[in-house]
Design a protein around this ligand. Structure first.
Ligand code: NAD
Length: 335
């Protein structure tokens, strides 16, 4: 039996191509993985009548760890987003999105090294919405002590394990005194348990300005769901865009690794999309699995490939295809 069994969800749009590219790169590290392939999203709708068949959840519950390509969320069908449902069903409460400068990836900054921790289950994404009347809508912003405590502890533990120095909590407690006030209060309490890590807070609007002016001053950002969603895209923009932005959704029992970007339907099937964001998501997965050497090899190979710029995709200024870039990363691991 393989050392690790991983559920692979290729997704749709550019998902299948970048998933195959990710496998090429990960297999070059030599880590012994059995991939359990299942799919979700529009491509399985006809067969199962649902975008999230039971076999997908069953597979993740069995292997505990999954990596997925992006899935298109159709607007206006009766189904909830597969991505949101997965996070809820598996209680993947911590969304972790690193954004760091890679030499060769064009961006306005050279020394960014951020990790955004986004609470994944509460806030305005809890789905508590209603039409009060035809012309009035309400969405409830729900923040709980339990939800805040566990994402805060997750962020501090992750910071400690990865040698990070500072956590900044992002909020708007000056206006939303109860909901964001609770997030700030509880995260500040948890921070006291981690004296070796510096702790500070920023109001979200100021945070955005600080990040686009002095991103080098920040390290780990701890955010409620909505601010985390926005700030992680902003962070990806600081280091060269969505093509290189990885992510993970982690709970106490299960973890699903996936890029920040979506299914980019206009590039589907063109062998053109950048596989880096998914390959770096696999780097996070190898780290999570305790495969530190393989993770490091993969990260160094990605950095070398982008720095040399011989075989990189269009968004990094090159002409290589998805697979050519993945094969170059694999060569840089084994060569
Ligand atoms: P998107 O991230 O798919 O694409 C936006 C643009 O970013 C693309 O047109 C392309 O120019 C660029 N881009 C994205 N990924 C790239 C890559 N790997 N290489 C090179 N360029 C890349 O965002 P969108 O167009 O807003 O969303 C498309 C669909 O994806 C929607 O249905 C959305 O709901 C879904 N989505 C899914 C996920 C997920 O599965 N986790 C996340 C975000 C969006």
């Amino acid at each position: 039996m393989a050392k690790h069994r991983i559920t692979l969800i290729p997704g749709d749009g550019i998902g299948p191509e970048i998933s195959e590219a990710m496998r090429i790169a990960v297999e070059a590290t030599g880590v012994d993985i059995e991939w359990v392939e299942v799919n979700a999203g529009q491509t399985v709708m006809d067969k199962y009548g649902t975008p999230l068949p039971d076999e997908v959840l069953d597979a993740i519950k069995d292997t505990k760890v999954a990596i997925k390509g992006p899935i298109t969320t159709p607007v206006g069908t009766g189904f909830r987003s597969v991505n949101v449902t997965l996070r809820k069903e598996l209680d993947l409460y911590a969304c972790v999105r690193p954004a760091f400068s890679i030499e060769g990836a064009k961006s306005k900054f050279e020394n960014v090294d951020l990790i955004v921790f986004r609470e994944n289950t509460e806030d305005l994404y809890a789905g508590i919405e209603r039409m009060v009347d035809e012309d009035t809508a309400e969405s409830i912003k729900r923040i709980t002590r339990r939800g805040t405590e566990r994402i805060s502890r997750f962020a501090f533990e992750y910071a400690k394990k990865h040698g990070r120095k500072k956590v900044t909590v992002v909020h708007k407690a000056n206006i939303m005194k109860f909901s964001d006030g609770l997030f700030l209060k509880v995260s500040s309490e948890v921070a006291k348990e981690y004296e070796e890590i510096e702790f500070e807070d920023r109001i979200v609007d100021n945070m955005c300005m600080q990040l686009v002016m002095h991103p080098e001053n920040y390290d780990c950002l701890l955010c409620p769901n909505l601010y985390g969603d926005i700030i992680s895209d902003l962070a990806a923009g600081l280091v060269g865009g969505l093509g290189i932005a990885p992510g993970a959704n982690i709970g106490d029992e299960y973890a699903v690794f996936e890029p920040v970007h979506g299914s980019a339907p206009k590039y589907a099937g063109m062998n053109k999309a950048n596989p880096t964001a998914l390959i770096l998501s696999a780097w996070m997965m190898l780290d999570y699995l305790g495969e530190k050497d393989a993770a490091q090899k993969l990260l160094l190979a990605v950095k070398k490939t982008i720095k040399e710029a011989k075989k990189v995709t269009y968004d990094l200024g090159g002409t290589a295809s998805t697979f050519e870039m993945a094969e170059e990363i694999a060569r840089n691991i084994t060569g």
